[in-house]
Design a protein around this ligand. Structure first.
Ligand SMILES: [Zn+2]
Ligand SMILES: [Zn+2]
Length: 76
């Protein structure tokens, strides 16, 4: 803990959307604006591993962080 490496996280966010081909894991929309989301927030010690990342479109990502998306997202 305490060794925060933002670069690693940015890289992981890019990797996860390339891996999932920019497809939102909630609504299935494919968009170039898709974003990598941390399942366990970076601020809570979430890792930059693929297991902790998911691809969300802008809409779903925004909704999720506003608490408007009533689903729990788990990759594994
Ligand atoms: Zn979506
Ligand atoms: Zn997010």
């Amino acid at each position: 803990m305490g060794q925060n490496r933002p670069y690693k996280h940015r890289k992981a966010q890019k990797e996860v959307k390339e891996y999932e081909q920019y497809q939102c894991m909630v609504c299935g929309k494919i968009s170039q604006n898709a974003q990598g989301h941390h399942l366990i927030p970076y601020s809570e010690g979430g890792s930059a591993d693929m297991q902790n990342m998911i691809t969300l479109c802008l809409d779903c990502h925004r909704k999720y962080h506003r608490g408007e998306l009533n689903i729990d997202i788990y990759r594994f």
